[in-house]
Design a protein around this ligand. Sequence first.
Ligand SMILES: [Zn+2]
Length: 476
Amino acid sequence: MSDAGLGRPVAVYARITADKTGEGLGVARQVEDCMRLVADRGWVVFETYVDNDVSAFTGAKGRPEFARMLADIEAGRVGAVVVYHQDRLTRRPGEFEQFVEACQRNGVDQLVTVTSDISFGNDNGMLVARITAAVAANESARKRARILRKIEQNVAAGKPNGGATRPFGYENDKVTVRESEAVVIRTLVDRFIQGESLRSLVAWLQAEGVPTVGKSDVWRTTSLRNVLMSGRIAGLREHHGAVVGDAAWDAIITREQRERVLAMFVSRKRAGRRTPQRYLLTGLLRCGKCQGKLYSAARKTPQGAVERRYVCQSGPDHGGCGKLTISAVPVETWLTEAALYRLDSPDVAAALEGRGETDARHADAVAVLESAQRRLTELAEMFGAGDITKAEYLAARPVAETKAVEAARALESLASADTVSSLLGNGSVLRDRWEGYSLDRQHAIIRAIMPSATIGPGSRGRGNFDPERVQPHWAV
Ligand SMILES: [Zn+2]
């Protein structure tokens, strides 16, 4: 187990909720367990933050301590965050992403919970944490639906809440669809499902001059994420960030599209803060000599022009053989053509046809994940109550953790097959519009069809591009 980040003190966060069913864990117990964990590891507490989330009607504003903790993370004051269970931190996937981004920007690489550790420095840890956040949102939807039925008639009737700002896509009555914005939402959803980044879509919104509905007139990845993740646009009534039933207003996108959007958020391994794409094929090419990743690099030709290339790099940061280079432009042109051509190929259509059971597989993977996570909580509680020894606890935990990681991987591969389905048969349309797409969008489309390609060694004395060097590995 590694030490807390950078020797800085840690933040302890606890939350009280109205939800007494099954998880009504008192805040005193939460803090106590966290403090014991902090003491066990010899850490120092910077601050304890406790939010009272009892009212089902407070939004993010009702959690001032969460906001204060984010501010302390941003200020570099804390080195790790300790909570009882991830669902105490937040049950809103949007907020969770915000939290992860703040942590990543400030070198906070651990979210430590009494039930399990999540290291943000590790892809599996992140993936599991994200999926947990998404699953928790669903879970709380079911629980809250029961509670809310008793306390708010409005919700049951699917009527919108009060509030000053109209939702993007709807008129001031919050029920009538504003068609000009609905078109924008559908475009955003399509492009997001195809793998385009939030950042690139925000740039598009700004370039198109699409007005916002909030106080700020500038689109941000957070405001875009809120639009994409909202159940509202799929005709679902949400309450407290969780879906509670059908809404009284019309949907702008289908439920199926919404599922895909959520799956995309879940499957993105790294946080939304990706650096913009520099070269079309960055991250997709492998060295045929050593299987290492190729990196983009430019060099000056003897004539003084700049030549873009992909190269295998040796040295401690890269670890490749350093003996392979390919000129960027021809390989980009060739692989783009190949990928677009492949989208229109009957072979791919046939391969995807047999996948009718995707929804069932998705449901299975979610069920496995949920049960693995319940098991982890259960084990921690048994250990906490003294029903099992520490040795028994530590022995039992990896089994459930492995199950969770496997289920998370399965969900991820289903999401990528979905992306290809949505592009299928559109090769010639995409080709016509290709030049108008941002590099980020082009990269996302190619990556969906072709997650990687191996570049073989060049033959001596052949200056021209040789397609035989290129071996694409297709997703389908
Ligand atoms: Zn190499």
